[in-house]
Every structure is written in C-alpha cells, then in structure tokens.
Ligand binder design. Structure first.
Ligand code: PMP
Length: 382
C-alpha cells in the first residue's frame, strides 16, 4: 500500500535518486569515485553557499555533530550552547561529554534563541574565554528556526567559532555559510538532501581549521584533518557508503536545476499551507508564525487526546506517517514533516487525514475546514 512518509527525516526519496543507488559499486580508491566525490562535494558547496571545505562522513547527523565538537574544541574549553529543544540539548551534551565547560541557555520550547544573549555574553568576555557558540539552525523537535544571521552578527569581533547544527535546515532554509560567517555547519543526507540516511556533511571555515590545529579532544574516525587529506586525493578516510554518493549526485542535480531560491520559497509555501490547515481545525501550533520552521510543523495534541493516538490512527487508517512529540513533548504533540521531495497537494492529504482522525478521537472538527484553509493558501499563490 502507498505510504505517505511525512516525517522531518527520513524524507521521501525521489525515484530518480533511488534508481541512481542501484548503480554497480566502484573502487573507492579509484578514478571513478574520485570523479564522483569531486562532483558531489562541489554540489554540496552550492547548497551550503560556501567555498569552505566540506567533508562527507559515513554517519547520521549526530556523528556530524560529534565531529564538529571533537575537531575544533578541547576538554576544558568554555562554550556557549543555545538550546531551544531536544537537538540543542543533544549538541550541548556532546560537548559536555567531551569535557567542554558548557554554559547552556535554555529557551522555552517553541521559541527561538535571542541573539542579544550572545551579544551580551561575548562582549563581556574580554579575555576570549568562550571558544565556541553552539546553535541549532532548525530545531526539529519544536519546529522553530533560529535566526542564524543575527546570531552570527551578535558575536561581533569575538573569536568564538559558530558551530551550527543544520541537520534539518540545510537545503530547506536559507543558510549563507560564507556571507553569514558560519564556521562549521553540519547536516545529514536524509532530510533536505532527499537521499537515504548514511552520510553527514561538515563545512569548515579557515578560522575553524586554525582551531583544529590546537584541538586536543580525542578523535580518530571523525578526524577531519584526515578526511581533508583524503579528499585532496578524491577519496574518503574510510570505506564510504558508495550508493549514497551516487544518490547524492542525482539529488544535487535537482538543486542545481531548480536553484536554491526556488527551493527556499517552495519550502515556505509548504509550511504556510500546513499551518493554515492545522490552525483552521482549531489546533495550537508549538511555534509562533515569526519563528516557524519551513521543514517541520509541531502541533499540540488537543486537550484530553494523547499525541501518540493521533500518530497511530494516521498511520493505521490512512498510511500517513507523521512524527511524535520528543522528550518533554512526548505524547503531547505530533510533528508534520514537509521538507524535501514533498509537494503542495501532499499537505492536503495530511490535513484531510488529520481531520478524520481527530473527529474519530472525539475532537469536534468540521470536516473540510482545514483542507479548505490549506487549499486557499494554494489558490492565493497561483
Ligand atoms: N539535529 C537535528 C536538528 C535533527 O533534526 C536531527 C535528526 N532528527 C539530528 C540532529 C540527529 O540526526 P540523526 O538522527 O541523523 O543522527
């Protein structure tokens, strides 16, 4: 049966990308892989809007986050971690586990980080004790996007590196790596990039490479200096997941053909359709409009209805797979992914199924109200 995978990752994979994965394997130390990784790296740099080095790692997003910590920091380093949800917490935890002294600012879930907090702390730090600021671009647990540009600018002349978790942001929402001076940006394949899980990408600015020289955190598999040396030969440090690279080559053609502006606009459009539909049903959204993510919409389950039941009913009765609430939002919210290989009418399917599920669960929704509001967004933007 046809299933609608409406998660904030893994996301649906376009058929042409899936087909590309079935190409015969090649020698990863030979000339065809060299050509492939060079082409793919250039394509990733296009999506990242960067001339910085971008390394590809055989891992999910979390491995990329770990690489961002172990390559540029040392035990005892003070870092400022901005946490607006489950993934902000995770990034801070990785730094803590590697011995960094983490000063964590916790924002209420559903809100964005305040760049003024960065400005205040860093401008008072005349000795340059903060070595890095850790920030999540798109907080997948709450559906809130941080203002990366403003956060970067808030550093002023402070030398702290800006380490960005853009696992669910890159390729979905604008992130101008070079213009906004984002030192290290981590993402993974299974979200905006529309390929199956298995590769993470990490961009490294010249400033970050300087920090790498003095980093004393233990590293081996994730050593980006090693990865860079191998990339110069057209290889990866270790045996790579080759089908992911052939998939990536195909997916990156889509980005090139469409252009980044088209993709960012489309993603905002899908967000607006989703939010209009959900709001019209009378449901409450976790994120306010001003900070709402273009990748995922988190919705509070109505009073008295368990979030998990909504997920279950959506899956069992309509084959629509949406994500649950995470950590403290477990069973209290659900999340609709709308990134990657998704189009406007897919959102109508989700909204229509949601209306029927909620009605079955005893929530007084008028059938078609959410769908109509979503359709109106589509009609108004023709
Ligand atoms: N950070 C963010 C913002 C994410 O959305 C995710 C995945 N949901 C991760 C990190 C972790 O990625 P992975 O599950 O691929 O390790």
């Amino acid at each position: 049966e046809k299933e609608y995978l409406m998660l904030p990752g893994p996301t649906p994979v376009p058929p042409r990308v899936l087909r590309a994965m079935s190409e015969p394997l090649v020698n990863h130390r030979g000339p065809s892989f060299k050509k492939l990784i060079e082409e793919v790296t250039e394509g990733i740099q296009y999506v990242y809007q960067t001339k910085n080095d971008v390394l590809t790692l055989p891992s999910s997003g979390t491995g990329g986050l770990e690489a961002a910590i172990v390559n540029f920091l040392s035990p005892g380093d003070k870092v400022l971690a901005l946490s607006i949800g489950a993934f902000g917490e995770r990034f801070a935890t990785i730094a803590r586990n590697y011995g960094c002294i983490v000063e964590q600012i916790d924002y209420e879930w559903g809100t964005a980080a305040n760049p003024d907090d960065v400005r205040t702390r860093l401008s008072a730090d005349t000795k340059g004790e903060y070595k890095a600021v850790l920030v999540t671009h798109n907080e997948t647990s709450t559906g809130v996007a941080n203002d990366l540009k403003a956060i970067s600018e808030a550093r002023g002349n402070h030398p702290a590196l800006l380490l960005v978790d853009s696992v669910s942001g890159l390729g979905v929402m604008d992130a101008k790596t070079d213009d906004w001076q984002l030192d290290v940006v981590v993402t993974a394949a299974q979200k905006g990039f529309m390929i199956p899980p298995g590769v993470a990408f990490v961009s490294v600015s010249p400033r970050a490479w300087k920090a790498y020289e003095s980093s004393k955190a233990p590293k081996f598999y994730w050593d980006l200096g090693t990865a860079k040396k191998y990339l110069e030969k057209g290889q990866t440090s270790w045996t790579p997941p080759i089908p992911q690279y052939t998939a990536l080559k195909e997916a990156l053609k889509i980005f090139r053909d469409k252009g980044m502006d088209y993709i960012f606009t489309k993603q905002l459009y899908l967000r607006d359709i989703t939010r209009a539909g959900v709001k019209a049903m009378g449901l409450k959204l976790v994120a306010a409009d001003e900070v709402a993510s273009a990748a995922v919409t988190a919705v509070w389950a109505p009073e008295g209805i368990e979030g998990k039941l909504i997920n279950k009913k959506m899956r069992e009765e309509y084959n629509v797979v949406v994500a649950g609430g995470q950590k403290k939002m477990e069973n209290k919210a659900f999340r609709i992914g709308h990134l990657g290989y998704v189009q406007h009418v897919d959102m109508l399917v989700v909204i229509a199924a949601l209306e029927m599920c909620l009605l079955d669960l005893g929530y007084p929704v008028e059938l078609g109200k959410g769908v109509k509001a979503a359709q109106e967004v589509i009609m108004s933007r023709k």
